[in-house]
Design a protein around this ligand. Sequence first.
Ligand code: NAD
Length: 256
Amino acid sequence: MELTGSSAIVTGGASGIGAAAARQLAAQGATVIVADLQADKGEALAAQISGVFAQVDVTSTEQIAAAVKAATEIAPLRAVVNSAGIGWAQRTIGRDGTLESAHSLEAFTKVIQINLIGTFDMVRQAATAMSQNDPDEDGCRGAIVNLASVAAFDGQIGQASYSASKGGIVGMTLPVARDLAAAGIRLNTVAPGLIDTPIYGEGEQAEAFKAKLGESVLFPKRLGRPDELASMVVECITNPYLNAEVIRVDGGIRMP
Ligand code: NAD
């Protein structure tokens, strides 16, 4: 799918995998709406890639609507990447990760609300806008990529909310892709392994934690780089025959 002359939205676009995807989509010719909570980082990136920053909390259906509207006013919205998410590591580093400390009902609900419901809300609203686009030669009007995680399959201690949220994203891939096919929209899910981004926090403790995590990867024995994920995200957007798939990009890691 050709992206020149199109707009694209990347939630969580200010950081990590989302920022790398925003750069790569811009390089493919899309005008990218960097939709994130973090204005400083988001505005700086948008300026670098000739995109637009939109202050979006994905738990706000109105803010998602505003971002979709802003995108369609620039150009037909043909690509959406749902990368906004919160992890588990920030809460479990230095803690025991038990149900009591890491998973109050409030914390569980928050993770589901951001990672799963926020993703679904953007899919829903973006697909409505995409369905108005002129189809390309395949009848395609747009493509959406959601970010899950290997934690959907291999959840660790303290990860109940995170794994549930990402399992939900995996679970909705096929049924939503089936719903959207009638409108000429493809939907795929990329499930990252352990990727070196600020999601693990910053500072000495986070660096030590990430180094230890790298040893658990099958090969190569390191964390993944955001660009290595973003290239798969872009492939899912641009490859006309890739649909309804959940793709692990994880160095072959299988958690014990
Ligand atoms: P990151 O922390 O670098 O980026 C996430 C971005 O999401 C941040 O810019 C943050 O401000 C934004 N965000 C958080 N809550 C938001 C909200 N309510 N509304 C809008 N934006 C919000 O993390 P990352 O590692 O790039 O993660 C991107 C996605 O990939 C996430 O969904 C994450 O769960 C998933 N993932 C990451 C890893 C990893 O190892 N880094 C592994 C598996 C899955």
